[in-house]
Ligand binder design. Sequence first.
Ligand code: ADP
Ligand code: MG
Length: 492
Amino acid sequence: MSTAKLVQGYEVVIGFETHAQLSTQSKIFSRAPTAFGAEPNTQACAVDLGLPGTLPVMNKGAVERAIQFGLAIGSHIAPRSIFARKNYFYPDLPKGYQISQFEIPVVQGGQVEFFLGDEKKTVRLVRAHLEEDAGKSLHEDFIGQSGIDLNRAGTPLLEIVTEPDMRSSEEAVAYAKELHKIVTWIGICDGNMQEGSFRCDANVSVRKPGGELGTRREIKNLNSFKFMQQAIDYEVRWQIDQIEDGHAIQQATVLFDPDTGETRSMRTKEDAADYRYFPDPDLPPLVIAPEWVERVRAEMTELPRVMAERFVRDYGLPEYDATTLTQSKAMAAYFEAAVALCKQPKLVSNWVMGEVSRRLNADEIGMDQVPVSAARLAALITRIHDSTISNNAAKEVFDALWNATGAQIADTGALSVVDDLIESKGLKQMNDSGELEKIIDEVLAANAKNVEEFKAGNTKALNGLVGPIMKASKGKANPAQVNELLKKKLGA
Ligand code: ADP
Ligand code: MG
């Protein structure tokens, strides 16, 4: 691991526990639906509530997703794992226990790799286990009452636990983003953080470099990357202040309050023993045959990190571009489709990371709704590359393409769509040097002072000439060509 960044002389140590809601249609042990946003208490069945006489039945789709995750991050898939009851009392858990995995989890080990700036980081995973979600308490402050919604009870979760490998809030957020990318990329989780499909608990401690691990406090349920960073930064400062004031840190579970920007203790931390874990007598061991693992492996999609490495290798893109373009599967596919047509990887990369992303953000839409097809972007880039239009003029064409209706479908003939726009907007670059030379001669005659200054050695005087030339050509002159011709004429 690399040298740690210190905060006031302390080293920060962070480990994550993340709950990823698995994208199955039905619950982990019942056939009740998992859809978000239903009327309270309409989606929990007798099994989810653990009513007497019911029996849980394992959802194969949830297991399959756990296997996919394990393969994606190079874990060992346990051939036999065990479900346990985690017993605790809480209003949103009427049956008094949560079914989880304790001693033998389905996914063991593995690692998540990502870049923090230029530095490659590796965070080791301890495990990932299957478990059911609990219900939810709703605090209706305006009527001064609380209610319980049990719709979420029995929703399948994969709890993903890291080693305490992270050394800064920035690294922790980068890890969480990478993990989010992996689970959404392989399609096991929709990643919707507002709806609670991806929630992180950050375990934070500080220590003097080289010392023993400090006592940790666990910040619960961070469901935005922004709050994650704020919460950890606050927590680190708080812990250092406590220690500097001579207080010991008590192990605790805390909540982050976005309104005050502070973390506040919820309860002192319970130990595993408090939960009286024992194997669930209603569920047999989860047995995963090697053939099942191999079948899942054969169907796995190329992972973002692997794809990014291929982009660097095959397209000669900088690491930054490759990482950015593989933020989502849809963006990567769009990039590759455009490159296949125009064979200009760097130009396509610039446009996808630049104009395309800018417009998507401005319109608040995702790649799945991009109104300029990859074919049309490729056609536009073809015309930039063959000098038909300048990069600036291309932006005008791009805006027109973006605002055109029915753009998605008309992939064939993309080049003629682009050519027609260039024509009708009169954006064709002036590539005929005769016409351009005429303009240059006129501008030189009208700006004798600049010419003199340039000849006297003031190279900056050239700029005073380029402007009027571009203007006289109505922006259609090719700036590189202008420069070249100018220098020739001025004998430079
Ligand atoms: P528990 O089961 O009580 O939550 P674990 O030992 O499983 O405790 O650890 C939970 C998480 O806390 C893991 O992600 C682990 O890496 C992290 N962790 C453990 N010790 C520390 C520490 N001293 N500082 C920061 N994180 C820690
Ligand atoms: Mg824990």
